[in-house]
Design a protein around this ligand. Structure first.
Ligand code: K7E
Ligand code: CUA
Ligand code: CA
Length: 651
């Protein structure tokens, strides 16, 4: 940590955003107080981290500045948390370790990845979908959010979902193999942005786990009219979509006024909230910024499901998805309304729910405020107990410029990224509510820390669960100039891990992220249970033994069944004819963890791997005659280079 950083972590007048006076570092250490914050943390750094249960200290209490408090994870040690991160327009999902910031995995989802063969193997193409020519239907995507499945209000490690803003798809990642297993294309929308799984079922008290995933449409798009009417914005609307978590089929869509940006769901399953920055329904920037207030719209899930059951929906174009009317005009009576539109200052970005389930926090973006909306008051509005939706607002503190996303520590504090201020601000929710009620003495803002630079998303360890533990806040910064070695025009993104165990936030370290992550979640490591070896039976087409292996011809379709056992393929040579459609099926017979084989076929643009006990296949046209080596691309053995064979294509 530089001296500059120490000096800029403190703010003499935290309640006044925009006016900052900096204390000397000595004063900061003094302020840190009672064994927490800077002084304590630096001391902790000198000790070797003790073995602890993740999230607990050695005595089993919720950890404060415990293992790895310095952010250092020594060689051979494991991280305490998984950071499941979006990859932005790389189209992938990444896994980092926290606190180290080490990249542990990149999961191809909407992109093409030659390393694992995503978009190249038949199995992955089946998930992505193919065009008539057999190529993947899409090659690109734009992931912004990753959220996990819940049981009892916390992660169960079963699934993770991510959105594709570009081609409007929802993808699911299996928590056991950490691989994408399903992708659903969402009809009738553009700019599918915010996404959040529900946490339990409001219709069935016995279901305390995720059964639905809510997806927002950020861009208003032509709703009914196709053809010349597509230019007329009077025909535009946005749709929220509900996807079944298990089947990944679409259950319903809901037509809304304005647009949807981010999403959060309540812990009781009753509400899903979307912040809206374009209540104006504009198509140019000036129009989208014209209103002083936009909104946060709440969906009453129970009532929407009832409307669906009662057949109160239409369908659009070729799509069979039921579309229900959630517009303001159709939902004026609170007692029957499906939706509640709460006015929130100018172009808000981000909506998050507190770990106790009581409050939704919607950040202002163009307003220096965060709006706190009480969950029970939204329900009260739906019961007819409030006159105006705005009466659900219980606080609206000024916290700084360009507030975007908020994380929580489980101790009543919120941490909001301030894009324009290049800071993260820590503020207290109860104090903000007291201030809103008129308590002028209430000290709402507790701390600020500079980040480098311009943070977008920020999120806390377990902060989206009832088990928020207040250990780390990760700031996903959008600009990194001068933070890393210059590498030409394209800059890497700067992720900064902040210790939030003390009264003052402490920057632990910078780590890099290839452009360009948005949201992520920090999941305690015991929540995730992965399998490192597949079961051969999971693959119906597995090449199980020597009898199954070999070459089979049916007309001009040739199937080549191969086994891989380090350092050999089961065949050193096979012959096909020019013009044949060749399918190669490869099963990895090694059972040793970490022993993958690859299959690269020279000049045929084929490249994929098989993990232990996995089967994968490719299909291609043998359109070039000659001899082509196939070789193992993944280092597997001392004789890995020798693991190869020849494909002869006869003219
Ligand atoms: Cu980048 Cu969540 Cu798409 Cu905010 S979003 S920063
Ligand atoms: Cu098998 Cu390298
Ligand atoms: Ca607006």
């Amino acid at each position: 940590m530089s001296d500059k950083q120490q000096q800029t972590t403190a703010d003499e007048t935290p309640a006044e955003p925009g006016r900052r006076k900096f204390l000397g570092s000595a004063a900061v250490v003094g302020l840190a107080g009672a064994g927490l914050g800077l002084a304590a943390c630096n001391k902790e750094a000198d000790k070797a981290p003790a073995a602890v249960v993740p999230g607990k200290d050695a005595a089993g209490k919720t950890a404060v500045a415990g293992a790895h408090a310095s952010g250092e994870v020594k060689p051979g040690q494991l991280d305490d948390y998984y950071i499941m991160s979006s990859g932005g327009h790389s189209g992938e999902v990444r896994i980092y370790g926290a606190p180290s910031g080490r990249t542990i995995k990149r999961i191809p989802v909407f992109n093409i990845d030659p390393m694992v063969g995503w978009g190249i193997t038949n199995e992955s193409k089946k998930i992505i979908g193919v065009k008539p020519d057999g190529n993947p239907k899409y090659r690109t995507g734009d992931t912004h959010h990753v959220h996990g499945s819940y049981t009892d209000g916390t992660y169960d490690g079963k699934y993770f979902w991510t959105n594709d803003k570009l081609n409007n798809r929802l993808a699911r990642i299996r928590g056991d193999y950490m691989e994408c297993d399903k992708i659903t294309e969402i009809p009738n929308v553009q700019g599918f942005h915010g996404m959040f799984p529900d946490k339990c079922d409001p219709l069935d008290a016995k279901i305390n786990h995720t059964t639905r995933v809510f997806c927002g449409g950020e861009f208003n798009t032509p709703f009914v009219t196709r053809g010349p009417g597509v230019r007329d914005i009077k025909n535009y609307a946005s749709l929220a979509t509900c996807v079944d978590a298990e089947t990944m089929e679409i259950r319903w869509q809901l037509k809304l006024d304005g647009n949807m940006d981010l999403c959060a769901t309540s812990y009781d399953g009753k509400l899903a909230a979307f912040n809206q920055y374009n209540s104006e329904n504009g198509v140019i920037l000036g129009d989208m910024m014209s209103a002083e207030r936009d909104g946060c719209v709440f969906l009453n899930i129970e009532r929407i499901e009832a409307a669906l059951k009662a057949g109160k929906f239409v369908t659009l174009g070729d799509s069979k998805v039921p579309v229900i009317d959630g517009t303001k005009a159709a939902n004026a009576d609170p007692k029957t309304a499906l939706t509640c539109y709460v006015p929130v200052p100018k172009n808000p970005h981000g909506v998050n729910i507190t770990p106790d389930g009581k409050y939704f926090v919607c950040a202002g973006k163009l307003s220096p405020t965060a709006t706190v909306i009480a969950h029970e008051l939204v329900l009260k509005w739906f019961d007819g107990g409030l006159k105006e939706p705005r009466e659900t607002v219980v606080a609206e503190p000024e916290i700084g410029l360009g507030p975007l996303h908020t994380g929580f520590d489980g101790h009543g504090n919120a941490y909001t990224s301030l894009f324009l201020d290049s800071q993260v601000v820590k503020w207290n929710i109860d104090k903000a509510i007291a201030q809103f009620k008129g308590d002028k003495q209430a000290q709402v803002v507790l701390d600020r820390i500079d980040v480098h630079y311009q943070p977008g998303h920020g999120y806390t360890s377990m902060g989206e669960t009832r088990e928020a533990d207040g250990r780390y806040f990760n700031s996903g910064n959008k600009f990194s100039k001068d933070r890393f070695l210059p590498v030409g025009p394209l800059h890497v993104e700067a992720e900064q891990l902040i210790d939030i165990t003390g009264a003052k936030m402490v920057l632990l370290h910078d780590h890099t992220a290839y452009p360009e992550p948005h949201d992520a979640i920090i999941v305690r490591r015991d929540k995730i249970k992965t399998k490192q070896i597949y079961t051969m039976d999971e693959f119906p087409h597995a090449v199980k033994d020597a009898n199954a292996a070999g070459v089979e011809r049916k007309g001009n379709k040739v199937t080549v069944r191969l086994m891989g056992v380090a350092p050999n393929f089961s065949m050193n040579e096979f012959t096909v004819k020019k013009g044949d459609e060749v399918t190669i099926i490869l099963t990895n017979h090694d059972k040793v963890e970490d022993l993958a084989h690859g299959f690269g076929l020279e000049q045929y643009d084929i490249n994929f791997i098989v993990n232990p006990q996995q089967t994968a296949s490719v299909t291609f046209k043998a359109d070039k005659p000659g001899m082509f080596w196939y070789y193992c691309t993944h280092f597997c053995h001392a004789l890995h280079l020798e693991m190869r064979g020849r494909m002869i294509v006869e003219a």
